[in-house]
Design a protein around this ligand. Structure first.
Ligand code: ADP
Ligand code: MG
Length: 248
């Protein structure tokens, strides 16, 4: 095998993060292979969002290192903008631009950051909107869409930058229950198509179906890493057992 065959797409080494006195990420080591789907679960406050945000450098870490496709996260400037473009992020709140159409939301970053030509950006955007099932909403504004449709638009927007990895931080937590499935379906398709994904979710059914690996976090640490079958059917630690008892 060559080096590129074995190099992880995302790699965290001894990552530490504090908020004041609060030690939020404690010596985190995590490798995510290309095309792997890692689902991160754990109690509220365990550091899952901070982990995601650190990979996108929305948070700076205090110690250790994070690499995306072998490259250390840049401090700032153009290199950081390039990194951000390679790491797509979808949040609990959809964060679409309210005064822009869905099509504009999806084309904005390719036009501004990548300098893609308008016709090409729009063609790609329409293909992506079709892929997430909302091509008919291209000329609507976010408020005219349901929550599930808005979140699918947010996924299309992230994909428009052709990211190497997609981070999802509780993408269905703000949705009405009847809309959760349509967003998880889009994520499941993405996973099947080979996207590298890190997904924070409380949707244990999705974790079981779509994850290659489940990472269980508690109080800033990775406490267990296992296949979904191992994690859900025979968790090793008391902390994982009590977490699962609370969510299943
Ligand atoms: P999770 O996503 O697992 O619920 P978070 O990563 O959001 O956990 O938070 C981990 C801990 O860090 C929590 O105790 C939270 O209150 C704290 N925290 C998160 N963001 C900040 C911040 N910007 N400033 C201070 N504390 C924070
Ligand atoms: Mg969170």
């Amino acid at each position: 095998m060559t080096v590129s065959d074995t190099r992880p797409m995302v790699s965290l080494r001894s990552v530490d993060k504090h908020f004041g006195d609060l030690h939020v990420l404690k010596n985190i080591d995590l490798d995510v292979a290309a095309q792997e789907v890692v689902v991160v679960v754990g109690p509220s406050g365990s550091g899952k969002s901070t982990l995601c945000r650190s990979i996108n450098r929305l948070e700076t870490i205090d110690g250790g290192e994070i690499r995306v496709d072998g490259e250390l996260l840049p401090e700032e400037g153009a290199a950081l903008a390039r990194l951000r473009a390679e790491v797509g992020m979808v949040f609990q709140s959809f964060n679409l631009f309210a005064h822009r159409t869905i099509l504009d939301n999806v084309t904005l970053a390719p036009l501004k950051v990548r300098g893609t030509r308008k016709a090409e950006a729009e063609k790609t955007a329409m293909e992506l909107l079709d892929r997430v099932g909302i091509a008919d909403k291209a000329h609507s504004h976010p408020a005219q869409l349901s929550g599930g449709q808005q979140q699918r638009a947010a996924i299309a927007r992230a994909l428009a930058m052709q990211p190497k990895v997609m981070l999802f931080d509780e993408p269905t937590s703000a949705l009405d229950p009847e809309m959760v499935g349509e967003v998880l379906d889009v994520m499941t398709s993405l996973a099947k198509e080979g996207m590298t994904m890190i997904v924070v979710t409380h949707e244990m059914g999705f974790a079981r179906r779509a994850a290659d690996r489940v990472v269980f976090m508690d109080r800033g640490q990775i406490v267990e890493e296992a296949t979904p079958a191992e994690f859900f059917d025979s968790p090793r630690t008391e902390r994982a057992k009590s977490f699962l008892a609370s969510v299943l």
